[in-house]
Design a protein around this ligand. Structure first.
Ligand code: TPP
Ligand code: SF4
Ligand code: MG
Length: 296
């Protein structure tokens, strides 16, 4: 009787062309929401048929900040809070690339908050994905500028009492031309939002509410990441284009999601070209491939 074993069939991960499989397994905890958000981005990149050699991804530091390192793109794992200025510099040097920033709420709106508002104000052509798990997860679950009032964290053991940021309102009022919020549960809508943001000229901002099972859910006795996904299922309300003053997030209450802003506006490079053309006239050669006439 033969005891030979059939040669193992090499199973390919469906996203192998976009993920750095040599880095897998990833560092994230069981039922963390980050994996589904990465899958949504990988699917969006795949389905949009964008040339992956023309896409760069930048992360700061944090659990979310590990994402750039797992994507098979030109990936940059930068310092805490500096993903956006790094990406902005790269965009200005290489405007032919689509530059994506993928980072956490602490990274982008706490230490990096000033960079976020000014890069949105300039309408730089960047796509920013902010995974909001309501906490500084990687460093032990400290309170963040996104922690809902009364939620517990390692530095607010009796419950947070500070007003959190309303991220879509912050991004839109700073100048973003595309603003959406989904959760890690809304995988199809999130993928669609990522595709729209990939095709948008100007500053796009997608907030993704995602479970931190280990530090946020456990400390607040909310169960696992799966329980938070069930919570999103039962408590999210889709309101496209609603008044952004309505989209504050209170502790364990309704979460308004949707596409809130999708407008056209001259980008940073359009305005730069327009300004220099006015000063230097026809001697000025427009930068970044445009004709210098977009900054109307
Ligand atoms: C200048 C600096 N300050 C503080 C830290 C410590 N630090 C690393 S990640 C982080 C917070 C990460 O939170 P967030 O961006 O929300 O990412 P998450 O881990 O929640 O995905 C902090 C405070 C650091 N690395 N560098
Ligand atoms: S600590 Fe939280 S955010 Fe970080 S990997 Fe674990 S579950 Fe995810
Ligand atoms: Mg966080």
């Amino acid at each position: 009787m033969s005891t030979s074993v059939e040669p193992a069939v090499k199973k390919e991960h469906p996203m192998e062309k976009i993920l750095r499989m040599d880095r897998i397994p990833h560092i994230w905890c069981p039922t963390c929401g980050l994996g589904t958000v990465v899958t949504a981005l990988a699917t969006a990149l795949d389905e949009s048929e964008i040339d992956l050699n023309k896409v760069a991804i930048v992360s700061g530091i944090g659990c979310t900040g590990r994402v750039a390192g797992y994507m098979k793109l030109d990936s940059f794992h930068t310092t805490h809070g500096r993903a956006i200025p790094f990406a902005f510099g790269m965009h200005v040097a290489r405007p032919d690339l689509k530059t994506i920033v993928f980072s956490g709420d602490g990274d982008l709106v706490s230490i990096g908050g000033n960079h976020l508002i000014h890069t949105a104000r300039r309408n730089a052509d960047l796509m920013v994905i902010c995974v909001n798990n309501f906490i500084y997860a990687m460093t032990g679950g400290q309170v963040a500028p996104t922690t809902p009032i009364t939620a517990k964290s390692s530095t607010s053991p009796f419950g947070n009492f500070e007003h959190p940021f309303n991220l879509p309102l912050l991004a839109a009022s700073s100048g973003a031309v595309y603003v959406a919020r989904w959760t890690a549960l809304h995988i199809r809508r999130l993928t669609k939002a990522f595709k729209e943001a990939l095709n948008k000229r100007g500053f796009s901002f997608v907030e993704v509410i995602a479970p931190c099972s280990t530090l946020y859910a456990r400390r607040n006795k909310l169960g696992t990441g799966l329980d938070l996904m069930k919570f999103y299922h039962d408590n999210c309300v889709i309101k496209h284009g609603c008044d952004l003053k309505e989209v504050d997030i209170d502790y364990q209450s309704k979460i308004i999601v949707g596409k809130f802003v999708d407008i056209e506006k001259p980008t940073y490079i359009d305005c730069l070209n327009k300004g220099y053309k006015q000063v230097f006239g026809d001697k000025y050669k427009p930068y970044g491939g445009g004709d210098g006439n977009n900054g109307n």
